[in-house]
Design a protein around this ligand. Structure first.
Ligand code: FEO
Length: 400
């Protein structure tokens, strides 16, 4: 009987056996508008090896795809490249089911899998260590804090293929398994969104890992991440994207994120954007009740400025701004200039609070707290002219 789910061949000895999650729209706070995949891979050499597993709840898909190529009982080794639960949630059940002769992970992976699931007997592999998978050699390279302490890459020189766990991945559910089968604009957007929302705070680590990979002479034909499609023949494309994103070099783009109660801060945001345009730079305006925090993070990945607008409600900034700024602060964006602005009724703390968070994030503020652009109630023409001047001033400080 054919299996309901089938493995997809990547090379003669490597298959994709993961799961497609078409329905997920919130991945621990990251808005996944196009769903995701949890990728697992099977190496079918003289021995059979499973690379990573899938999120709990997707075990049936994984096992069915495995069965489409081998009897799962033939799995000799499981390699856990990353212990986060979207890749390890099914691991205890797979171990219970197939009884592999060994499960390996980095030393921090052994610790994390023990603490998550009470798993013992997992063997630690060292950075640079190799393991014979039955005629195919796997080499392990730790990538600590890319993006967890346990993270590691597994490289198969014989297959010219790198298993990169979360690195080089994207949240994208598709029936296409290879990047070159998808449209460039979808791939570019989702890869950037993934970097901005997951890897941005670890950009210094990204630079070190890219340099380590180059020093080792690893330039594989295939890069197989734990989410989204497999990179085939154009792996330098994503490597050069990562090198650029890790630099966070400012551009002439200004991100304006705002919320509004009665439309006044919205008017101000539009005037700031017009000022940016007058400077010859570009503005991206994100009303926070129509944009997610993940959208804002993605837009600032290639921006030079972050400007936020908020009304004051009960002596606070608007809650959507609190959410977005808390999220962005954790992502540690670098090399941004910016400002806060907003309308208020009588006390006006909202923009001051936003200003303080931007300052704490290391955003270089173009206005001090005493000369911020604020407006009581509805902004008049003079207030809107001040907004326009703010936008122009910020634009002029950015590269063309
Ligand atoms: Fe896809 Fe860090 O888990």
């Amino acid at each position: 009987m054919p299996e309901p789910f089938e493995a997809i061949r990547i090379t003669d000895r490597v298959y994709w056996v993961g799961a497609i999650d078409w329905a997920i729209r919130d991945f621990h706070g990251y808005s996944t508008g196009r769903g995701t995949t949890y990728n697992a891979y099977l190496v079918k050499a003289d021995k059979v090896t499973l690379i990573d597993t899938v999120k709990a709840g997707f075990l049936d898909q994984l096992m069915s795809r495995v069965r489409s190529v081998v009897d799962p009982g033939e799995i000799d080794t499981i390699i856990s490249n990353h212990s986060e639960m979207d890749h390890s949630g099914s691991l205890p059940a797979v171990i219970e089911s197939v009884r592999p002769s060994k499960v390996v992970a980095s030393s921090m992976g052994v610790k994390a899998l023990g603490e998550h699931f009470g798993l013992d007997g997992i063997e630690a592999v060292k950075d640079g260590e190799s393991l014979d998978l039955g005629g195919v050699t796997a080499s392990f390279y730790e990538t600590r804090m890319l993006h967890w302490p346990d993270s590691m890459f597994t490289y198969l020189a014989d297959e010219d293929l790198l298993f990169s766990q979360d690195g080089f991945g994207m949240h994208l559910a598709s029936t296409e398994r290879f990047v070159d089968e998808l449209s460039d604009c979808v791939v570019d957007r989702e890869a950037a969104k993934y970097y901005a929302n997951i890897l941005l705070p670890f950009s210094p680590v990204v630079k070190k890992v890219l340099s380590k990979v180059e020093d080792l002479g690893i330039a594989p034909r295939f890069v197989c991440p734990d989410h989204g499609p497999v990179w085939r023949d154009e792996t330098e494309r994503i490597v050069s994207d990562y090198a650029r994103w890790a630099e966070q070099k400012p551009t002439g783009k200004v991100v304006i994120a705002y919320d509004t109660m009665w439309g006044s801060t919205a008017k101000m945001a539009r005037a700031v954007a017009d000022g940016v345009e007058s400077s010859g730079r570009t503005a991206k305006v994100l009303p926070l009740r129509a944009s997610t925090r993940s959208d804002v993070a993605t837009e600032i990945l290639d921006a030079g400025a972050l400007v936020v607008g908020t009304p004051t409600i009960n002596n606070q900034m608007f809650p959507t701004l609190g959410d977005t700024l808390t999220y962005l602060r954790g992502l540690k964006p670098k090399n941004l200039i910016g400002a806060a602005f907003g309308s208020y009724g009588w006390s006006g703390e909202g923009a001051k609070h936003a200003h303080a968070i931007l300052d704490d994030m290391g955003v270089e503020l173009v206005r001090g707290v005493d000369d911020m652009v604020v407006s009581q109630y509805v902004p008049d023409d003079e207030a809107l002219r001040s907004c326009r001047e703010l936008g122009a001033e910020i634009g002029e400080r950015l590269p063309e």
